[in-house]
Design a protein around this ligand. Structure first.
Ligand code: GLY
Ligand code: MN
Ligand code: MN
Length: 441
């Protein structure tokens, strides 16, 4: 199946990004292809998902497409895409074809994808550098080299080949890290759909359901909200499964007394949301569950307080860790002082992941976390998750009342001029809000 027919509401952001990329390149040619189609089994394809860099620059969602951007005083963008084909369109649906794509997506030129190899010899002639996503696909890398070799073969006719291949992602990652207004609009809408999905899951949950039945409620809300896909496989993890960080089987029956950890977010117009909530299946936290939940909630609040311009990337993690380490000592999970628990890394028995990641077109989005060896400062326009947790597996060294309690609380934060905006704030989170809603139909 192909991507559905979509044209972005406004082309201006895409054209602006191409202009900014060309300006950062100065000279040279960038070639950015979309993702390959992948077979699921026999003649069935996985649903197609475009490449995030390609989409960021074009808004074009069809497979078999490549953007070529020629930088210089008058940058030119050329889209290579599938030609019109009435026979294929009867089976697979509409495709733009070069002519309509050029008009709809505002590129200077569009050509059939079959002409790419030939065109690249001309486009790379006398250019100083080729910019591409080198190393992401061996076959694609081979094609880049082949183009350069073909230009090189023309040396005796006075043509020079690019002397350098540069990683175009070094420029694009920095651009993608600071979200523009169109991106933030999509991310706010994605977050709102996901918040509704979590609320629906809470309302529906009761002992006796299976995890996949709760997942169905999430998917219902994603699709009815206009999202065509989750941004990543939904984690619906009850009881001991909450301590499996990437649990996606979603097959267990919910038991009275379990906690249910749901990590799920929809993708909207390419943009991810990423929310985790943990709540009691029967609508009432036990004393031990509540203790751990309140601890993770306090760690998250401390981390969110640390999300502000000027603070560096690691500060929210450090803030969460300080709260968690003290809590682990108070709960009898770790021995010694909170400082020694951090120093020795003993906390990792119960908190083994980091407190967040960049969020955008990819759920673990583009962008460096360090620059020149130092954690980078946060700037307005960056979007990150804040997601501390605590996962307690049965062990002799652990009080039995805490066994199999797994809690994570995750929200999406936009760094603003003086702090942050929680894009996912509508998702119920306090003990009182959660208990008031779980199982209420
Ligand atoms: N859902 C993926 C993550 O939280 O990083
Ligand atoms: Mn996350
Ligand atoms: Mn998540």
């Amino acid at each position: 199946m192909n991507a559905p027919l979509q044209t972005p509401a406004s082309l201006a952001p895409f054209a602006d990004r191409r202009r900014r990329l060309a300006a950062a390149m100065g000279q040279g040619v960038a070639v950015i292809g979309t993702a390959p189609e992948r077979t699921r089994n026999r003649d069935v394809q996985h649903p197609f998902r475009f490449d995030s860099y390609f989409y960021y620059l074009t808004g074009f969602t069809e497979p078999e497409s490549v953007l070529v951007l020629v930088a210089g005083e008058q940058p030119r963008s050329i889209l290579f895409c599938r030609p019109k084909d009435m026979e294929r369109e009867i089976w697979d649906g509409y495709r733009f074809g070069p002519e309509a794509a050029r008009d709809a997506f505002g590129v200077h030129e569009a050509r059939p994808i079959g002409e790419l190899d030939k065109a690249m010899t001309r486009l790379l002639s006398d250019q100083p550098a080729l910019y591409a996503d080198v190393g992401s696909d061996a076959a694609w890398d081979g094609r880049l080299i082949e183009w350069i070799n073909r230009v090189r073969a023309l040396a005796r006719s006075g043509v020079t080949a690019p002397g350098e291949i540069r990683d175009v992602r070094r420029i694009l990652d920095e651009m993608r890290l600071l979200k523009d207004a169109a991106e933030l609009d999509a991310m706010r809408r994605a977050a709102a759909i996901s918040a509704r999905a979590h609320e629906r899951a809470m309302r529906t949950t009761r002992p006796g359901l299976f995890e996949y039945q709760v997942e169905a409620e999430l998917l219902h809300e994603f699709l009815s909200g206009g999202s065509l896909s989750p941004a990543y496989p939904s984690i619906v993890a009850s009881g001991p499964n909450a301590c499996v960080l990437h649990y996606v089987e979603n097959r267990r029956r919910l038991e009275d007394g379990d906690l249910l950890l749901i990590d799920a977010g929809c993708e909207l117009e390419g943009y991810a949301s990423d929310i985790t909530r943990t709540f009691p299946v029967n609508g009432r936290f036990s004393g031990a569950q509540r203790d751990v939940y309140e601890l993770v909630l306090a760690a998250q609040a401390a981390a969110i307080d640390a999300v502000k311009p000027g603070n560096h990337w690691e500060q929210p993690h450090e803030a969460a860790l300080a709260v968690l380490a003290r809590g682990f000592v108070d709960l009898g999970l770790c021995k010694g002082s909170p400082e020694s628990v951090i120093e020795s890394g003993d906390y990792r028995r119960f908190y083994m992941h980091r407190t967040g990641h960049w969020l955008g077109l990819d759920v673990h989005d583009a962008g460096d976390y360090k620059r020149d060896g130092a954690w980078r400062p946060m700037e307005p326009g960056m979007v990150l998750t804040v997601e501390p947790g605590c996962y307690i597996r049965p062990a002799d060294s652990v009080p039995e009342t805490l066994w199999n309690i797994g809690v994570r609380i995750e929200d999406d934060a936009l760094v603003t001029a003086d702090g942050c905006e929680i894009l996912t704030a509508a998702t119920p989170k306090s003990v009182a809000d959660v208990e008031a809603i779980v199982g209420r139909g």
